[in-house]
Design a protein around this ligand. Structure first.
Ligand code: ADP
Ligand code: MG
Length: 344
């Protein structure tokens, strides 16, 4: 028997495991500008910087084929990767797709996934340039790598926020989480009685947020056009709290987030009420909204203040002031990351 300490993965958690696996990495090439630790890596070849991001989606963990249409799955797999490229302020250009398939998938089923992949490629202007295909014993795994391009000096890391910077978010939050709650509720009903039609009327927006999210490539264009250079940025895959804490930790700052400023859609609030969930909790701890969370210097305020897709939700502070949620009632409570883990 070995006396080596055995650590369960749960003990470390996702981020702890990544830290442990990557802490000994030695960068050997000058062309590696930024390695592990952000939404994407940054490489530099001559005057161009290239960003690279990879994501793995696993059946039963990231998606449930009971209620996720295959086309949407293909689309979402691309969108979530493109979102990481956007989070670097870069433009997506190429991607590779690798899949592992169990024997339960027909050729037609895989073609459905690819229909979604191609729709997303068209939408985001990305070329599919390669990948790998293999078999699997236990269902479907999709791994996508996206390569993007950014001018030297324009890439935005998680680490550039300064005290007094404005904390901003695109779109609205919590919708994808409420969409998932709705799908899971209807799936439970279906398991008990397959004859019952699912009750999904009036919730098209939150269902779309869950099943077919969009990456905010449009914002990258708007930043260029309006001359906004965010000081830090991340995409919201794990919930607002968790992402704010990433920005604060990486930038060495604190923050005040104002509860009443967090943008919530009508359908998100309605579903939350129906299920007796606080919609703010869905925004803070839900996930998969794939909006962009970023900071800008106060001097950029005029450039963003009239954009209906951008909400200022708070500001950064000195690290010593901590990371706080200022409630509508005016009390200050510490922001905690209950990042919704996708079961990762
Ligand atoms: P995101 O949620 O934006 O996809 P992750 O939390 O998955 O980011 O990853 C954080 C960082 O760790 C990224 O730089 C990613 O490339 C890196 N990373 C994640 N898993 C591994 C791994 N198994 N080996 C090396 N690097 C990894
Ligand atoms: Mg990310």
């Amino acid at each position: 028997m070995s006396k080596e300490k055995i650590t369960s993965i749960a003990e470390l958690g996702e981020f702890g495991l990544i830290d442990r696996l990557t802490e000994k990495i030695k960068i050997r090439n000058k062309s590696t500008i930024k390695g592990v630790g952000d939404d994407a890596a940054i490489l530099e070849f001559g005057e161009k910087q290239v960003v690279v991001s990879t994501d793995l989606l696993t059946e039963g963990i990231h998606f449930n084929l009971m209620y996720v249409p295959l086309q949407h799955l293909g689309y979402k797999a691309v969108a979530v990767n493109v979102s990481d490229i956007c989070a670097m302020n870069a433009v997506p250009r190429q991607m590779t797709v690798s899949i592992a398939l169990s024997s339960k998938f027909s050729v037609e089923a895989v073609e459905e996934i690819y229909k979604g992949i191609y729709t997303a490629c068209e939408r985001y202007g990305v070329d599919l340039v390669g990948g790998d295909t293999t078999s699997s014993l236990t269902g479907l795994t999709i791994c996508i790598t996206v390569i993007g391009e950014v001018e030297k000096g324009k890439a935005v890391l998680r680490s550039g926020a300064k005290p007094n910077d404005l904390l901003c978010v695109t779109g609205d939050l919590g919708g994808a989480y409420m969409g998932l709650q709705l799908l899971e509720r209807e799936n439970e009903v279906f398991k008990v009685n397959p004859k019952v039609q699912p009750q999904l009327d009036g919730y098209d927006y939150i269902l779309q947020r869950q099943l077919r999210p969009e990456a905010r490539v449009d914002m990258i264009g708007i930043f260029r056009k309006t001359g906004v250079q965010p000081t830090s940025m991340i995409d919201i895959s794990d919930g607002l709290s968790s992402e704010i804490l990433h920005l604060c930790k990486n930038s060495g700052v604190g923050c005040n987030l104002y509860e009443e400023k967090v943008p919530l859609d009508f359908q998100t609030k309605k579903m939350a009420e129906e299920l007796n969930i606080n919609p703010l909790v869905a925004a803070l701890n839900g996930g998969e909204d794939y909006e962009l969370l970023f900071t800008v210097a106060q001097t950029d305020f005029d450039k963003i203040k009239n954009d209906p897709d951008i909400t200022i939700i708070g500001h950064m502070t000195e690290a010593s002031e901590g990371t706080n949620l200022i409630t509508t009632g005016g009390s200050k409570i510490p922001l905690i990351a209950q990042g919704w883990n996708h079961g990762k």
